[in-house]
Design a protein around this ligand. Sequence first.
Ligand code: TEU
Ligand code: CA
Length: 565
Amino acid sequence: MKRQWWKEAVVYQVYPRSFNDSNGDGIGDLQGIIEKADYLQELGVDVVWLSPVYKSPNDDNGYDISDYQQIMDEFGTMEDWDELLDALHDRGIKLIMDLVVNHTSDEHPWFVESRQSKDNPYRDYYIWRDPKPDGSEPNNWVSFFSGSAWEYDDRTNQYFLHLFTKRQPDLNWENTEVRNDVYKMMTWWLDRGVDGFRMDVINNISKSPGLPDASVKDPDSDYQFAAEHFANGPRLMEFLGEMKERVLKHYDIMTVGETAFLPIDSARKMTDENVGFLNMVFQFEHMAVDAQPGTHAGKWETRQWELPELKHIMTKWDKEMEGGGWNSLYFNNHDQPRQVSRFGDDKHYHKHSAKLLATYLHTMRGTPYIYQGEELGMTNVRFPSIEDYRDVEIHNMYKEYTEERGYSHEEVMNKIWTTGRDNARTPVQWDDSENGGFTTGTPWIKVNPNYREINAKQQMSDPDSIFNYYKQLIELRKQEDVIVYGSYELYMADHEELYVYTRSINGEKLLVILNFFAGEPVFELPEDIAFDHKTLLISNYEVKESESISSFTLRPYEARVYKLN
Ligand code: TEU
Ligand code: CA
């Protein structure tokens, strides 16, 4: 397995709208990130993944791009972006941008042209189809954001495909000119000094030829989830191979694909360090341990998750990548609820469970991702009114579930409080001043009311804080080769509370003992783990170094990492 900087790195995701507002308009911006460059350096992260900052009407908060080479007005100017890049590079932090090329905004000039007429030169930049004879949509695909994945355009009496909102028309990657324009744009950013890309829904760019109907999984709906046809199509590897040849291989960069529904063997092929195309992917199997898997709407049907299922999934992915692939490690991003609320206990064991989850993500094999505020243990939020929410996915779901599926307001609000993406999009809590120090104006979305108790200022001065625990974990990763490159071996696979594994390299062994719940299980040292000397590298409770580890009782959400040699 080759040594690579992006294997040794810790990545920090900035969702700019909610990170830090420098000019009092209530919206985070590039100057606001520059103001926090020292904070990121203090934390010790190596790479910033910047969610989209390109010109956009913000139908999906920047994931609907109207100009790939201009900065969104609310976020600042290209000069601000250049200043941000320098601020990060001066502190030894790389910057990767969010590449959103499965679709554009409907305000992108390409689409404005495309919809003019059937013989417009840009017509085939998008996916247009005739209505069925009865006038209905060309197929039965459902959008990720409720309703049909097709929007009728009466100017030319055709429908266009949009897997996401109706203002995010899918690009037609079968069209060589689309691919050429994308590669040109990527090169333009890389020549400006960008250190890589996170690639939005990149496995959606190749769809099943003929765009056939999806099999019916939801008898209550007119539209069906079509991952079998909108993702992982027959030309996916060809397109990524072409992207590598034309762009990626010419730069020392990092790439990570967002690939929900990508089969694990395809992920292995895609990330192979010799013949693959991307360095790693975000898989989503573990993101369904507490939901109904298989369809996007399943995220709203939550269930109690089981630790053995998480262990099975993560162990499977580690084994599959053995010998040449590479994994990302995450529980959080701008689309997922806050991990301490979802997988920890943000009421009774806030600090301990936040540190437990961090210990896991930073001692498994792969590149760990920290989502803004995760390092503070920021939690989910429960705004009382649907008017307090901003996410288009939430509003579309609220309308569909109350008006078409017969759910009550209370039932739907509970789903939003548990799973909604705005849980991750409340402003970062910097201090205990009004609006958590995020803005001097009115925030575009309310700040979580717990900002007085949970904020960066308090935690940076508290040696026992979640922030300082993340800092220690990041430092450990730089010191201990075994954390990055050590092989992984799972113990007690069926244990319902304990997650125990080792990492090994060159005679050194890491023993990680994690109690994922509030119980107090007994740990028995497996017979095949022998050592002469043990060092406690990090723990989230006071632990006496001399204490024997042959058998001991763990405390709620206790995490211990030992180095054995
Ligand atoms: O998300 C793609 C994706 O799979 C999402 O539908 C995700 O699964 C869902 O939001 C979780 O409920 C990417 C971006 O991360 C997301 O913010 C965008 O809305 C989407 O693509 C369209 O660009
Ligand atoms: Ca601002």
